[in-house]
Ligand binder design. Structure first.
Ligand code: FMN
Length: 191
């Protein structure tokens, strides 16, 4: 069993990454392999709608030769996918958007490589935009046939400067409960 946590912030060591690490630690504590992938510093271009993934149907992205291509098998082999992003102008970052567009399109071109995996978002913002961004990521999970756990609140936290999200007590409790539910669900689905 494995859960992959992807962080879409361009800022390494920031709030999204810290909350993602918190969640992955809890999941690892439940005996599930937990791996973090940072999009920061990686070259991940937007989908260019070449349609080659629909022609080739080999589970690969043929539109680019960038840092996402070698990550795809890891994503599709996992049992769960956590997507952590800060809010940028009311939505997920450009990095996260490029990631979900390509991972989702290749999945759908190949009969649903993400189908029945567990999916969950973690969203942080200084002031506003978390709910919309949670919805944005949940739409991605749902159209890809994934299964979503809830948490003690919507999986959001508040924080601007690095480290502030960990001071949001309710946000931290929410992400902890999300992580426990992700682990629970991954184990149930594996039975
Ligand atoms: C380009 C940009 C756009 C942002 N847009 C928003 C926004 O719409 N709402 C908000 O509350 N915070 C916004 N922020 C603040 C970040 O969401 C906030 O600092 C967050 O904690 C950053 O997460 P990170 O540390 O994981 O990078 C924005 C920051 C940047 C750099």
């Amino acid at each position: 069993m494995e859960v992959i946590g992807v962080c879409g912030s361009p800022r390494k060591g920031g709030n999204s990454e810290q909350l993602l690490e918190l969640a992955l630690r809890i999941i690892a504590g439940e005996g599930i392999r937990a791996e973090k992938i940072l999009l920061a510093g990686k070259q991940i271009s937007p989908c260019r709608a070449c349609g080659k993934c629909r022609e080739e149907r080999d589970g690969r992205c043929h539109g680019h030769d960038d840092d996402l291509v070698p990550l795809l098998p890891t994503i599709y082999d996992a049992d769960g996918l956590l997507l952590a992003t800060p809010v940028y102008f009311g939505a997920a970052t450009a990095e996260m958007t490029a990631f979900v567009d390509r991972v989702g399109y290749v999945s759908r071109a190949n009969g649903g490589l993400l189908s029945r995996k567990v999916g969950a978002p973690i969203v942080v913002a200084r002031r506003a935009g978390q709910n919309f961004t949670v919805a944005q990521l949940n739409y991605f999970f749902l159209i890809n046939g994934m299964i979503l756990p809830g948490a003690s609140y919507w999986p959001i936290a508040f924080g601007g400067a690095k480290g502030e999200a960990l001071e949001d007590e309710e946000g931290v409790e929410t992400i902890e409960s999300l992580a426990r539910n992700v682990a629970w669900l991954v184990k149930k689905i594996q039975k």
